[in-house]
Structure formats: structure tokens, C-alpha cells
Design a protein. Structure first.
Length: 118
């Protein structure tokens, strides 16, 4: 079992910034530093989409719409993955979820709401 807890969402004006955090914990066998961690988001009426992921060797990948604005990072000492979001746009409004895989199944956090509005 793996537990993921997101935090850091909120209401921000266009052009603003937020940093999301996802703290991971798990049973014996789950090794955070070896795990691929990902951020997804789901806007109202839309499908959930992959925003960014980071591998164990810190290779990162981003969806085109956030490249140059969002940065994913990890702190293995804290078992935490972050998503720094800058230059936020109204279209970034969504529930953001943290995800990992362990034992051939996906684990999701509960999500954190990000609203970009003036």
C-alpha cells in the first residue's frame, strides 16, 4: 500500500504562482527514491491529463501546455514530490493529483484544487 497526500492548492490570480506538494508513504517494499512520480490534473468536464513526471534519476517530462512554466522536482529525504507552477493561466484551473505505481497498480492522492481567476 502507498499513501499520497497533496497540499498547496488554492486560489491565485492569473500570472501568479503556486507550489504543490505530495508526500508519499508506504508499506515495506515501497522505495520512494526508486519510484516514478507524476502530477495529473482534471478540469471540470474534461478527462484527467498527465501534467509532468519525474523518474528516479530525476529525468522530467511535461505536457506541452505547461513547458517553461511548471517545474517538477523531488526530495527523496522527505519522500515528497513538488510541482512549482508559475505564470498561471485560467486554463490551469483543475484538481491536481499525485500518482505513483507500486506492485503493478496505480496509487493516487486525494487531489488539491487549483483555481486561477481574477
Amino acid at each position: 500500500q502507498v499513501q499520497l497526500v497533496e497540499s498547496g492548492g488554492g486560489l491565485v490570480q492569473p500570472g501568479g504562482s503556486l507550489r504543490l506538494s505530495c508526500a508519499a508513504s508506504g508499506t515495506s517494499g515501497f522505495i520512494f527514491r526508486l519510484s516514478v512520480m507524476a502530477w495529473y490534473r482534471q478540469a471540470p468536464g474534461k478527462q484527467r491529463e498527465l501534467v509532468a513526471f519525474i523518474t528516479s534519476d530525476r529525468t522530467t517530462n511535461y505536457v506541452d501546455s505547461v513547458k517553461g512554466r511548471f517545474t517538477i522536482s523531488r526530495d527523496n529525504a522527505k519522500n515528497t514530490v513538488y510541482l512549482q507552477m508559475n505564470s498561471l493561466k485560467p486554463e490551469d484551473t483543475a484538481v491536481y493529483y499525485c500518482k505513483t505505481m507500486f506492485g503493478a497498480r496505480d496509487y493516487w492522492g486525494q487531489g488539491t484544487q487549483v483555481t486561477v481567476s481574477s
